[in-house]
Design a protein. Structure first.
Length: 327
């Protein structure tokens, strides 16, 4: 790993480091920052990130990639202005593949990046998750809700890892004066999602495009609040660049609640598939309702989602259709 990186952005600001920059959200964030003239360093071990996403960013002269696992200390010596921590598998299929490593990515990764922020004086943002609320008893979920999480379940490595990371961010801010930000990200979808990540939208779109049976878990009445990726990235940037006094946690997601069955039917309509719906048992600890209260995001960031579900799904299906055809 290179020891120093002294390139500044077009405005003379030190580089931005995006840990997990080759992932779905990370690649979108890198592109957004590059389009704004930032110098961006992507840190990713490619366990679940995409080399294709990195290759598509190489057209930007201010982009560089360092292969590194955040579980290990980050030996970086150079100025940084911002650090975004998105370094963690985000889909159940991926984070359950190696639960101990997922937990360490959340905890040791957060600590190592916080130490980097402490050394460089950079602001740092933690991409947390709505999973910190577990299968919630409060609806919609407000940031003050402490959650209903199984600490020894299939999802615990991710849920508890993210909860612990939030604690580390809070403590580093209070004890060491690091400018920390915490975003709790709700379900996000859009172009560039991995075809095999096992999440709701990607599963259903791939199945529909291939003419396979479309899988629903449970009776389809459980709800999700789906936020289009461009809207979510805008929320992350607004949080990072907002007043240092507003650190979060803050919910970022779409407050419009949609049933899983409604999502499936919308995808069927957009793709024109006649594939049947097949219902399977609901996985353990799968939340039955998930919807953010975004009052804090509106008040402090002036943020709300702007993309309707049908528009977002059309863009997603168009992207997936090209990749499925070429697979």
């Amino acid at each position: 790993m290179p020891g120093r990186h002294d390139g500044s952005d077009a405005m003379g600001r030190a580089p931005v480091l995006v840990a997990g920059g080759a992932g779905f959200l990370g690649a979108h964030l890198c592109r957004r920052l590059l389009n704004e003239g930032c110098t961006v360093i992507c840190l990713d071990n490619l366990d679940t990130g995409s080399r294709d996403a990195i290759e598509s960013l190489r057209e930007y002269p201010r982009f560089s990639w360092v292969r590194h696992d955040v579980v290990d200390p980050v030996p970086f010596e150079g100025p940084l202005s911002r650090i975004y921590n998105l370094a963690c598998p985000a889909s159940p299929r991926h984070y359950q593949a190696d639960p101990p490593h997922t937990l360490l990515t959340c905890v040791d990764g957060a600590r190592n990046l916080l130490e980097l922020a402490r050394r460089t004086g950079a602001r740092i943002l933690q991409a947390s998750t709505s999973e910190v609320y577990g299968d919630p008893h409060e609806h919609p979920q407000h940031e003050s809700y402490r959650g209903n999480v199984n600490v020894v379940g299939l999802r615990s490595c991710y849920d508890e890892g993210k909860r612990c990371a939030e604690t580390l961010f809070s403590d580093y801010g209070a004890r060491h004066g690091v400018c920390t930000k915490i975003a709790r990200i709700f379900n996000t979808y859009g172009p560039g999602m991995a075809l095999d990540d096992g999440r709701l939208v990607s599963n259903l779109v791939v199945q529909a495009l291939k003419g396979h049976s479309m899988t629903l878990y449970g009776d389809g009445s459980q709800t999700r609040s789906l936020c289009y990726v461009d809207d979510l990235i805008d929320g992350l940037v607004r949080l990072m660049e907002g007043p240092a006094t507003f650190r979060g946690p803050v919910n970022l997601g779409n407050p419009r609640e949609t049933t899983v069955l409604e999502v499936a039917n919308a995808i069927r309509e957009i793709t024109g598939t006649s594939a049947p719906l097949v219902r399977l048992a609901l996985p353990p600890d799968d939340p039955k309702r998930r919807c953010p209260d975004i009052v804090l995001a509106r008040r402090h960031l002036g943020w709300r989602p702007m993309t309707g579900l049908k528009d977002g799904l059309r863009r997603t299906v168009a992207d997936f259709a090209v990749r499925v055809a070429g697979a």
